[in-house]
Design a protein around this ligand. Structure first.
Ligand SMILES: [Zn+2]
Length: 352
């Protein structure tokens, strides 16, 4: 255990053994681990505060302490050069990059020990004073889309943060990263045939009834999306062709992925939503989304067809947990909801 300057703790005389750990997964931490997590969260909190003090442009500080499977810890904070997407790096990504570089340097020095890089813990803090009330912190959708491969993470990766709700009690929240990521059990397909069986999840069934979306509308969305996938391949650089459509009012709009380079592209859902927002003068309410396309497959690591990043953007104003999501799988059409696809993120109300 490294020594921290814990004046803040001694001033408040926090008895760590009394701090509850809240976890949907029924996680139990032994005292030594809990103590370690507590100090790491506190140190990350201090870094986030310092980041705001020195003039982070968004005035919001986040910092993360990352622990790898080899028990190496690395700290990183959010870097906001300007307010645009590309010049911002969140605290967790910054810390992971730091951990990755450390691991690579130690591999360079001792290649005989091999290179095995997995993240065990992400301890995420913000600059908000721990005496105030706040919700737990988990990665934003940009980070989740960045994390959504099995390359550096596994089913056991845990995210910790402080939480203090209306009961006023400071707690440690523990969430499995896998619980925040999309369905890991389904892989979308680009193979489509007439009369493919359509299966609804219970929530999607309910949402379809409430929104008066019948089987015919779902088929229509799917065939329009499939038509676009077949006829307009503008994704001819990356080799990953994706088409998407949305249903709003009584209209279906479609768009496909447009490649600029192998990794720079216009994401189809974001593109259609932008068109629809203009058309509705900002009053867009999306009833259903359909995705169709190619999983970009690099060995067992899949980039995914559905954009977590775009779902994160539209959920702020234009979609809800109950917005229907239609996915073409190998032997069936799965009708689900965005709340089920991105568990927790759509229900917790956490704002980026
Ligand atoms: Zn983020």
């Amino acid at each position: 255990m490294i020594k921290f300057n814990n004046s803040l703790i001694s001033a408040q005389e926090i008895d760590i053994s009394q701090i509850p750990v809240v976890s949907d997964d029924g996680l139990n931490l032994d005292f030594e681990t809990k103590k370690e997590i507590f100090y790491r969260l506190l140190e990350a909190h201090r870094l986030a505060k310092a980041n705001v003090e020195v003039g982070n442009i968004t005035n919001r500080g986040f910092a993360t302490y990352v622990c790898t499977n080899r028990d190496k810890w690395s700290l990183g904070t959010n870097f906001n050069n300007s307010r645009n997407d590309i010049s911002s790096v969140c605290g967790e990504r910054s810390a992971i990059l730091s951990a990755y570089n450390h691991a690579l340097v130690s591999y360079m020095k001792n290649p005989q020990n091999g290179f095995d890089f997995k993240i065990k813990y992400l301890c995420m803090s913000s600059n908000i004073d721990i005496n105030e009330y706040y919700d737990f912190i988990v990665p934003c959708e940009d980070c989740l889309s960045w994390l959504n491969t099995n390359r550096c993470f596994d089913e056991n990766t845990l995210i910790f943060s402080f939480v203090r709700k209306s009961d006023g009690i400071l707690k440690i929240s523990a969430t499995k990263l896998a619980d925040l990521l999309p369905y890991k059990t389904v892989i979308t397909s680009n193979n489509y045939f007439e009369n493919k069986p359509v299966n609804y999840t219970e929530k999607a069934q309910k949402s379809a009834v409430e929104q008066k979306i019948d089987a015919l509308i779902i088929k229509k969305m799917l065939s329009k999306t499939h038509e676009l996938y077949k006829t307009q391949n503008l994704a001819n650089i990356s080799g990953q062709n994706i088409a998407a459509s949305i249903l709003f009012d009584d209209e279906i709009l479609t768009s496909n992925k447009i490649d600029w380079t192998k990794r720079w592209f216009v994401e189809p859902l974001e593109h259609i939503c932008a068109k629809a927002i203009q058309k509705t003068n900002g009053k867009l309410f999306i009833k259903a989304i359909c995705y169709f396309g190619d999983e970009y497959n690099n060995s067992d690591i899949k980039d995914g067809v559905v954009s977590i990043k775009t779902l994160g953007r539209i959920r702020q104003k234009h979609a809800t947990c109950d917005t229907i999501l239609i996915l073409n799988l190998n032997n069936e059409i799965l009708v689900t909801t965005v709340g089920e696809y991105l568990p927790k993120k759509f229900v917790q109300g956490y704002k980026i």
